[in-house]
Each structure stands twice: as C-alpha cells, then as structure tokens.
Design a protein around this ligand. Structure first.
Ligand SMILES: Cc1ncc(C[n+]2csc(CCOP(=O)(O)OP(=O)(O)O)c2C)c(N)n1
Length: 649
C-alpha cells in the first residue's frame, strides 16, 4: 500500500494549527488555498481517498478556520468526506499520508483523533442536529460567545434528518450557522425538488437584488461594530419582507438566509463570515461551489472523481491494477446487470436507491429503464417506505441500500414492510467489513438486526451465481420481505452469467463432506472456508463445509443432520458475532437439545477501524488462516483430552 509524504508550499508549511493560519494577513489567504489544494492533489493521487468534495471546499475551509476560533468554536462537517483540508490545517498534515490506511488516520472527522473534530461523521445529514445540540448546550451553560457551524452539502440536505434539525433549529435561540455547500452534486448528480429550488433561488433576479441589499446592509453592520445587532434587526425587517415575497424556504423555517455567495472567493467568504459572526440566532449561508474545483478532470466528471483511487496527477490517468487473466466482477455489478435482466422478464420489478446509483450499480437500470429505477436522494427511510407503498400496489421493488446506511431505516423495515408482510426485496451492498471507509461504513449489524424481525428472509450469497439466483428467487409470487446481503468488492466467478435457478427459501447446501468438524458459513466468507479446507486437506485434516445461504429461515433439516453427526461446529460470518449467524446456530442447538462445541468466528463486539478488507478479516479472525487455526485447535484439543465439555465461544 502506498504511503507517500509530500512537501507543502511555503505558507502551508508554516501552518500547524489554525492559530498559525490566523496570524497571516488576509491577502495571503489566496496563496494558502492554492497550496492546500495542491497538497490534497499530491497526497490523494498517490494514497487514494475522497477527492472532489475536499477540493470544492478549500476556500471555505480556510475562511472558516481563519474567522472562527476553532477548536473553541464548534465546526461540524457533514459526512466528513470533504474534510481533508480541515485535517491538514488542524495538526494532521504530517500524518495525512496515512489517511484511510490500516492503523493510519481516519478518512472522516473523528472526536478521538483531534479536538478540532467536534463530531464524528461518515453518514450524512447529521451536522445540523449535532451543531444545534452544541449550540443549545452553550446557551444553557451561559456561553454566548461560542459559535457553532454546520457545513452541509446540498446532497446531504435532502435527508429527513437535516430537515428535522432545521425545523427545531429555527425556534431555538442559539448561535447556529448552517453553511449550505451547494455544488449541485451528491456522489451522482443531486436529485429532487430541493435541488431545483436551490437552483431557482440561485438564478432568481429578485433574490440577487435582495442579496445585494443584504450585503450592503452588512457592510454597514461591519462599520458599526458593537451596534451591529441592533442594526441587523432593523435591516432584517426591511429585507425579510422582500425575501418572504419570494417565500424563502429557510426563512419560513425561521433561519435568516444569506447568499448565495461564491464559495471560492476566500476573501469575500472571510468578510461575510465575520459579519455573520455578529448576528445571533439561527442563520444559513448559501455558498455556491464546484465539486473538484481546481482539478479540471474532476470538475468535468464529478462522479468519477468523487473517490477515483490512485491517479497520475499530471495526466489524470487513473491507475488500474494490471491483471493477467479476466477477473470476477464486483458483486454490485452483478446486482446491476441482474436486476435489468429480471425487470425485462417481469414488468412489476422496479429499482430504488437512496443516492447511490453508481455506488450500488443501479445506474445500469437507470440507463436501461429510466422510468423504473428511482434515485430518491439521501433518504434511506423514505426509500424503504416508498418501496413499501409500491409493494402494496403489486410492484416488486428492489430497494438497494448499503448495509450501514440501512441502520437509519430500521423502523421503516420493521413497521412499514415486515409488519405488513410486504414483498420488498432489500439488497444490502457493502454487507460486512467495508475497508478504508472504516467503522462508519462497515456493514456489521444487518444479519443480527434483520434476523429478529418476523416475516423477514435473511440471505447472503457465497458467489455471483448465488446472488443472481437469490435475486431471482426473491421475485417469486407469495414472498414477503426478503433481504440479500453481499460485500464490497469482487466475487469469485469469472463466468458468472448462468441461467437463473430458484433456490428453495431456507435451504443451505453441503459444499464438502468431512469428519470431526463442520464449518458452517454464510455468504462470501464461504470462500475463505473453501480455501481453508483445501489447505487443511494437505495436512490430513478434513472438516466438512456447509454454505447455509439463509440466516433466516435456517435450514433446520440440514442443521439436524449436522448436529447429529458433528460435535465440533465452527460458524463463520462477515458480521457481528453478537446476535448474528453463529448465534442463530447456537440457538438452534439449545432449542433442540444438542450438545456440541461451537466456535463463532466473525466481527467481535468492538469497533473495527479502517484498513483493507483482508487486513480487517485477519484482525477480526475469520479469514482462511483463522478458520484453519480454529480447526487445528479443535483437533489438538481432541487429541489432548477425549471428553471436552460443551461450550460456545
Ligand atoms: C446516510 C448516508 N447515506 C449515503 C451516504 C453516501 N454518501 C457519501 S457522500 C454522499 C454525497 C453527499 O453529497 P453532498 O452532501 O452534496 O456533498 P458533496 O459530496 O457534494 O460535497 C453520499 C450519498 C452517506 N455517507 N450517508
């Protein structure tokens, strides 16, 4: 894995923390932004990570740290994928080359990493609520000076949670500034009515006139210094009536709306932020920025450059691994192509994604069948209930949500889908350890949190063909809620496009027979067990291996067979051990009065940091090597003592 440090420009080199930045003159800030942008390009091109979003907020980042007294003032980044500039300016330049690398710094703000990271993020749309909570806490403590700033993108603003924060924030008399970073982009182009509204107010003549008025008045405020508040209130009355004519959404929610302004003019931003600092109460500053700003290719193809991987910073060529033979596809692409095939056979099938068309490959269907595939914005809860509504009308929605983002829509799955036994198919991408994005993005919990819901089918394919067949099976009439989870990354079959075959719900399969030990796997880690069994055979050890396919319903016939034959069971899952697949097997054993030793391998009861997936599988102890060790250990104990007690690990 590359880990390269680069040389900072002369001004940036002097900035270790924001206090150093604040010593500079305003006319030096433009140079700081140039050097910061170059630094991000230099590092991300050789170390990877998110790219376009951080380039788009370089000026905003410098202006915010220049004007506000961070870390006393609380700066909350939404999602946090755009906070690279913030990290570099806040004491982490020297370790920034370890960004997202195993044991290195996190790709997202993290409270345990820096006092400048006021709130841990990774999932979107939390910033307004979090900053409001901080602002109200400051008020309750009698601290009137402290500022609280939420920086939120126009994509993140589409989530219900952001609106919940605005709705509450408008009636709390607190020092809250929301900065709306409007670049018209989510990862893919932003969608929905809000996006159109923001474009309208950006281009509206009335608005721009009103805006000019506001800035003129703010000029007066700056001049009047301490009396600014009183003047602002006078100004407000006049300006507000004009604004309300246009019926400004944010003003209706009792936020004072300012902007839109050019988010790439660092000196203007400094002036505006200095003015806003003097105005109490909830405020929103609408900034227009360009995702990927300053790197031409990233400005042109913003989706591709959201997180491009390694690239040649001069030519812009993205580094592709050199492979000699054809590689298996990504699971997400198998989903993307298969849903189109199924939808061609059945006109009831539709696809739904909350803002991840390219991330989950529903963009393949959006292109092939634009009227039957829906990007609903960053709105997981809505995606689920919207799917439920369609299911009541006989449609068959495939609702594709990353496992970790599904956490946000749990009640919708329980209350809107499962309780009504509606036929919604959940495809959970990024099920299991997600890699460099780290704990905010690991899909650790879905097997556990879905298996306790009545009516739910909980399945996980071991390879591409199984994924296709599970998707096909899930569309059959008479089904209820059906979840299919698969990991980030590639499968194992080059030749994967086989004819569909239905899989009986709740039926597992024996991969190989064996003796003494039975390895029971769910999903992709079944391949780790195959590798382990092949290697163990060379040592003269022959465990049996079963791919259970379903965590719910469990294949009870197969389990009766297994528990009758084996006294040692190893379960393997890319999910939390607590309450997951292994727990389901242990419950089966208890309920049916079998006695066996069960060793459960999976994600332990702790937060797993970022790193490459294989590094994390190793750390958690459920890769091929760990399975081999578990088998050997059982074998050694067997040899050592004949009557080992019943236990569950
Ligand atoms: C709850 C949740 N859903 C989906 C995502 C995946 N995601 C990460 S960034 C992003 C787009 C954010 O767009 P925006 O807020 O406009 O910020 P920008 O990237 O444009 O700066 C999405 C959908 C997420 N992080 N959290």
């Amino acid at each position: 894995m590359p880990m390269q440090q680069v040389q900072a420009g002369p001004l940036l080199d002097k900035i270790r923390i924001p206090a150093d930045l604040r010593k500079l003159n305003e006319d030096q800030l433009k140079q700081v932004t140039d050097e910061l942008r170059q630094y991000i390009i230099d590092i991300v091109s050789v170390n990877g990570g998110h790219f376009g979003a951080s380039l788009g907020v370089v000026e905003m980042t410098v202006a915010l740290h220049y004007v506000f007294n961070t870390p006393v003032d609380q700066l909350v980044w939404d999602v946090g994928h755009q906070a690279y500039g913030h990290k570099i300016l806040t004491g982490r330049r020297d370790v920034f080359h370890t960004n997202r690398i195993y044991k290195g710094i996190s790709g997202f703000p993290k409270r345990s990493e820096s006092e400048y990271d006021s709130f841990g993020v990774g999932h979107s749309s939390t910033s307004i609520s979090a900053a409001l909570g901080m602002a109200v806490a400051s008020r309750l403590k009698g601290d009137k000076k402290r500022q609280h700033i939420a920086v939120i993108g126009d994509g993140a603003m589409t989530a219900g949670l952001a609106f919940e924060g605005l709705n509450h924030g408008g009636v709390e008399d607190s020092n809250l500034l929301v900065i709306l970073n409007d670049n018209c982009m989510s990862i893919d182009p932003n969608v929905g009515a809000l996006k159109e509204y923001l474009t309208d107010i950006t281009t509206s003549g009335t608005y721009n006139r009103v805006k000019d008025e506001v800035w003129k008045m703010l000029g007066v405020i700056s001049k009047f210094g301490p009396n600014a508040q009183a003047i602002a209130q006078k100004v407000e009355g006049a300006v507000k009536s004009a604004l309300l004519k246009q019926s400004n959404m944010f003003e209706s929610l009792k936020f004072r709306y300012f902007g839109p302004i050019d988010g790439h003019d660092v000196n203007h931003m400094v002036k505006v932020l200095n003015d806003l600092k003097k105005i109490p109460g909830p405020k929103i500053l609408h900034c227009l920025t360009v995702k990927g700003k300053g790197y031409e290719l990233a400005e042109k193809d913003q989706t591709k450059w959201h997180a491009p991987g390694l690239f040649d910073k001069i030519t812009g060529e993205i580094v592709k691994p050199v492979v000699e033979k054809p590689q298996p596809p990504k699971y997400q692409d198998v989903f993307g192509h298969t849903i189109v095939e199924l939808a061609e056979m059945n006109n009831k099938i539709v696809g739904v994604t909350p803002a991840m068309p390219s991330g989950c490959s529903l963009n393949i269907m959006m292109k092939a069948m634009p009227h039957r595939a829906f990007d609903v914005g960053i709105a997981e809860q809505h995606a689920v209930t919207f799917s439920a509504g369609m299911a009541t009308q006989g449609m068959i929605p495939f609702c594709n949500i990353y496992s970790s983002f599904m956490q946000r829509a749990y009640d919708q799955v329980v209350h809107d889908v499962a309780l009504q036994n509606l036929h919604v198919i959940f495809c959970l991408d990024r099920g299991g350890l997600a890699g460099a994005d780290g704990p905010t993005h690991h899909g650790a919990f879905d097997l556990a949190f879905f298996r306790c819901i009545p009516n739910m089918v909980v399945s996980a394919p071991m390879n591409e063909q199984e994924l296709r067949n599970l998707m096909y099976t899930a569309t059959h009439p008479g089904m209820g809620p059906f979840s299919i989870r698969y990991p980030r990354g590639n499968g194992v079959m080059v030749d994967w496009k086989k004819p569909f075959e239905a899989i009986p719900v709740g039926k597992g399969r024996k991969i190989r027979g064996g003796e003494k030990v039975a390895i029971l796997t769910i999903g992709h880690p079944g391949n780790f067990a195959v590798e382990a069994c092949d290697k163990l055979a060379e040592e003269g050890l022959y465990p049996a291996h079963y791919d259970m396919r379903f965590v719910k319903p469990l294949d009870t016939a197969l389990l009766h067979e297994i528990f009758s034959e084996f006294k040692h069971i190893i379960t393997v899952e890319d999910g939390c051990i607590q309450g997951g697949f292994g727990s389901a097997v242990a419950e089966f054993m208890i309920d049916h009065h079998y006695s066996a030793q069960i060793t459960r391998l999976g994600i332990p009861d702790q937060w797993i940091e970022h790193g490459e997936q294989k590094e994390l599988y190793r750390e958690c102890g459920f890769d091929a090597q760990a399975i081999m060790e578990a088998v050997r250990e059982i074998q050694n104990v067997e040899l050592g003592m004949q009557n080992s007690p019943v236990s569950i690990r």
